[in-house]
Design a protein around this ligand. Sequence first.
Ligand SMILES: Cc1ncc(COP(=O)(O)O)c(C=O)c1O
Length: 381
Amino acid sequence: MIYLDNAATSFPKLPEVIKAVNKCLNEEGANPGRGGYNLAVKAARVIFNTREQVARLFNIDDSANIAFTLNATDALNMAIKGLVKPGDHVVTTILEHNAVLRPLQWLEMNLQVAFTKVAASPEGYIDLKELEAAIRPDTVLIVANHASNVIGSILPIADIADIAHRRHIPILVDAAQTAGGVPIDIQATGIDMLAFTGHKALFGLQGTGGLYIREDLEVMESRQGGTGSDSSGPQPMVRPDRYESGTPNTPGLAGLGAGVEFILKEGVENIFAREQALIERLMAGFKGIPELTMYGPAVGAKRVPLVSVNLAGVSPHMLAHTLDKAFDIGVRAGLHCAPGAHQTIGTANTGTVRFGLNYLTTEDEVDAAIAALSDITKRHE
Ligand SMILES: Cc1ncc(COP(=O)(O)O)c(C=O)c1O
């Protein structure tokens, strides 16, 4: 099978990741931080090591400011609801995933929070002047996608962070599509909060993710409970314990650590270059099919390794179905949980078919996808 749905979740997982998960299950699987015996200490070390690797990847100086979560959605919910208060205003973009939009809509409906969505061009870029103009005296947060999961465009988060900081507003970046594939430097950009997911370009298991929170930024934890560290009195304020009540996904985090270690070894810049070459190869091949519309930045512009397309006269679901049944190629059709991005490219009614590559995708797989699309096009002529 040719798996090209890596923008949804990466598959297959790296052998290193599977090995680390197995090792954890076989040799380190006690409850971390909840006992002083050897196995519990080993489990705690697994999580500590993963936190340190993630800190290296994003250039975070103190790994205690990274809280592990279920996924990016969990991290984004914690960041948004933990910072925004009733009556506040938030600036965001039309490109956001529902993991950002729906918490904001919930706050709007329940806590009189207002938010402004900055529009984007069909190539998936926002006008920074428009973003700055959307800031109001009561704006307490800017939330921005690092890369659109529909359009593939990469937003200039360092510039957005500059604007936010000039206005003394924290910025939350949704790095679900970029963590592991696009360089992110917390210390250089001063990004205040970064939400990431473990199961896409970080090669980890589903059910892993995290949130970096700047050390002096007050964000309310999303739940209280046992942390293993201090069982007397109310919720401890010490990080990361404050944000991680309950038994964590230790085997999943063991896998995430191995995924991040692999990325650090390969180098994010090298991963980005390979993924860019692969997506350009796919897009160059697709360009030879006149009936196919490709959305987002032109061939050659920097993007994450995904491209959304539509074939004239064939619905996205039918196209994805044919790719699956006739060619054994797995891709995703629909709105991809980001309706505003589809409004931006004019596909809100139909959706698109999204091809999601990653570092492990081969040139042969890319060429097979191009050949399959040509074949399907000919059948519809
Ligand atoms: C841009 C973006 N944000 C957030 C998410 C949510 O990630 P998760 O499903 O891991 O919570 C996704 C996943 O598709 C995404 O692409």
